[in-house]
Design a protein. Structure first.
Length: 84
C-alpha cells in the first residue's frame, strides 16, 4: 500500500476570519500562527480508496480524528487539509 503525507491545520474562529486567513498565517506568519489557538497534525494516509470513501476523504477523516482526539471540535473552528 502506498501512502501520501498530509497536513491538517485547525484554528479557533476567535483568532481567524476564515480558512484563507488560517492558511495565510500558517504559510506567511509563523510567529502569529504559533501564538494563536491552533494545531497542526502531519500524518500519512493511503493513496487508494477505502471502500466507498475516496482517498482524500479518508485523509480528511484522519485529520479530523487527530484533532478531535486532542480536544478540538467542529464548532467555532476553521480547518484545512493539504498534501505535504
Amino acid at each position: 500500500m502506498t501512502t501520501q503525507r498530509y497536513i491538517y491545520i485547525i484554528g479557533s474562529m476567535d483568532d481567524f476570519d476564515g480558512v484563507e486567513d488560517l492558511k495565510f498565517a500558517y504559510f506567511n506568519e509563523p510567529e502569529r500562527f504559533a501564538a494563536l489557538n491552533t494545531s497542526v497534525y502531519e500524518f500519512d494516509a493511503p493513496t487508494e480508496d477505502v471502500g466507498a470513501l475516496l482517498a482524500p476523504e479518508v485523509a480528511g477523516l484522519i485529520g479530523m480524528g487527530l484533532a478531535f482526539e486532542n480536544d478540538w471540535c467542529m464548532d467555532h473552528t476553521f480547518s484545512y487539509l493539504m498534501e505535504a
